[in-house]
Design a protein around this ligand. Sequence first.
Ligand code: GTP
Ligand code: SPV
Ligand code: MN
Length: 596
Amino acid sequence: MNSLTSNKSILDWLQDKIELLNPDQIEWIDGSEEQLEKLRKIAIETGEMTLLNQEKLPGCLLHRTAPNDVARVEDRTFICTSKEEDAGPTNHWCDPKEMYEKLYNIARGSYKGRTMYVIPYSMGPIGSPLAKAGIEVTDSIYVVLNMAIMTRVGKKVMDVLGDSNDWVRGLHCKVDVNPEDRYICQFPEDNTIISVNSAYGGNVLLGKKCFALRIASYQGWKEGWMAEHMLILGLENPQGEVKYVAAAFPSACGKTNLAMLIPPEYLRKKGYKVWTVGDDIAWMRVGKDGRLYAINPENGFFGVAPGINEKSNFNALESTKKNTIFTNVCLNLDDNTVWWEGLDNNPPHNALNWRGEKWDYTKYDKANKVQTAGAHPNSRFTAPAVNCPCISSEFESSQGVPISAIIFGGRRAKCAPLVYQSRDWTHGVFIGSAMASETTAAAAGAVGVVRRDPMAMLPFCGYHMGDYFNHWLEMGEKLGDKATIIFNVNWFRTDDEGNFIWPGYGDNCRVLNWIIDRCEGKADAEETAIGYVPRPEDIDITGLDMDINTLKDILTVDKDIWTKEAEEIEEHYKKFGDRLPAALRAQLEILKNNLK
Ligand code: GTP
Ligand code: SPV
Ligand code: MN
C-alpha cells in the first residue's frame, strides 16, 4: 500500500478496516488523471460502465445501478447517537454499538477478491478555513470516479490535514446490493459514516448528503455554523453588482435549475445574469463583517437528468457534454449517446432503457414512469463544476460569498403564494420549520404526497430537529441587525387541471429581482397574515405571456387554506415536544391570530 499520509489516526483506522474487509489489494486515490483513466478502463472492461460516443460526449460514461437501488432510502438511513432522544423524532435511530456490530457483520470479508479504494477528499476548496477533510473507503470504481468529480480528491488533502484527527471516516461496501440489508448510517459523535448494500449516488458518495449535510449539520451545531441543503447563486444586475442568495428546496424541487438560471430575454438585454456557486449544499458562517457567508463544499453537480433541455436549463445541459457520468438514463444505440424524458421530442427508436432492456418509446405512460420511461425519473448526471458556463468566479473562494437573502421553497399545488417575505429572522425560521412539499422520485417511496420538510433538511439533519431550529435562532442572534432576510417561494401552484400556472425556470429571475429589491428597500409589498407578499404590479412580467389577474391568483393568500395549514403546522410541531423553541410556538400563535 502506497499510503498518501503518515497521519496515525488515519492509518490505524485503515488497518482496522483492512482486517475487517479482507481486500485483495489496496489503492489510494491520488486524484491523478492517469489513475482515473486506468480505473475508467477497468470499469468499461468489466461492464460496470459504458463508454459513450467520444466525439459527441468526450470523457463521458454511462452507469446503471440495480433496479432496486435508484434513490436514497430514507427508511434505512440512521442517525446513531448514544442517546436516542438526540437523534430526535424525525430520524431513525439505533444504538451505535448495536449498529456497528450489525454493519461490521454485513461488511466482514466483503472485499475479498476485490480492491479497496481509499479516497482522501476535501469538502470545500482545499485549505479553505471552511473546508473539511474525509476519507472514503469503497470497493466501487463508480464511487471513486464520482467522488473525483464531486469533491476535491488526492494527496494535497492529506498534506493540508497533516496529523489532525479532524476528518470524517467513511466506509462503503457494495456487498451484494441487497435491499433487505441496506443501511446508510451516520455516527455524528464519532465523525463516522457506514453505508452498505447500495451503489446509488446519495447513499454511497459519502461526501455529499452523509457528510456535507448529516455529519456537518451536527458539527455546525457544535461549532457555531450551518450546513444546509441549499443552492448558492449570484444575481448580477445591469450595474454589474452581484448579490448572492442561498435557497433550500427539497430534493428534485428545483435547486439545480434555479442555480443555473438564464434570465428571460427582456432581463438579459437589460444586463441581468446569474452565476452559479453551488446547486445542492451550502456551508455558512458569520464572517468578519458580521454577515452570513456561504461556500459550496462540492466540486461538481449530481443533478436530476429528466426535464433538462436547452430551454429549461441550458447551463446544466452544457455541463454534461464532457467528462460526465450518467446514471440510469436511456442509451441511444444508434449513436451511443444518452437521452431522457424532456430532453427533446425525439425519443430514440433504437434504445435501451435505464434497466438496460430494449426500450419501446411508444409505450411511455406518464402515470407509470418507472416502468415505462427510457430514463429513470431519478436518473442523474455527475458533471464537474468547471464545465458549467455560468460558474461563479467565487466558486473557489475560500471565504465564501456574502448572502443577501435566504429562500425556502417547495412544491405546493395550492397553499404558498409565488413568493413572500418574512417579517424578521425568527419569523423566517418559523417559515422554514413549517415548510412542506410534495415528495419526489429522489427518495424511494410514494411520489406526490405532501409532507413537512423543515428547511428541506428532513432527510439530512444529523441531530434533533428541535435543537436544529434552536440553532437557527441562535445564528440569528449572532447576526443581529445583519441577519439575512428570509423569503419563501413556490413555483408549483397548479390550476384545476393540474398544470403549473407560473412558467418557472428562467422566469424565476423576475421573482429573484423582487427579492433583491426588497433587501435593498427598492420594492413594494403588502403585509398579509403570512408575511409581505408582492402586489401583482410589484413583479415585472414584461414580455411574459401572463395576464396580471393570473399573477394575482398565484399571489393570493387563501384564508381557509392557511387556517388548515396552521392546524397542520400545530400537529407537526407536536412531534418536537419540549425541544421546540418557544419563539417558534409564539410565531404559530401570531399566524393563527392573523388569520382570525
Ligand atoms: P436534488 O438534486 O434532488 O436536490 O434536486 P434539485 O432541487 O436540484 O431539483 P432540480 O433543479 O434538479 O429540479 C427537479 C425537477 O423540478 C426537474 O424535473 C425540473 O424540471 C423541475 N423544475 C425545476 N425548476 C422548476 C420550475 O421553476 N418550474 C417547474 N414547473 N418545474 C421546475
Ligand atoms: C437529493 O436527493 O437531494 C440529491 C440527490 O441531491 S442525492 O445525492 O441522491 O441525495
Ligand atoms: Mn439535493
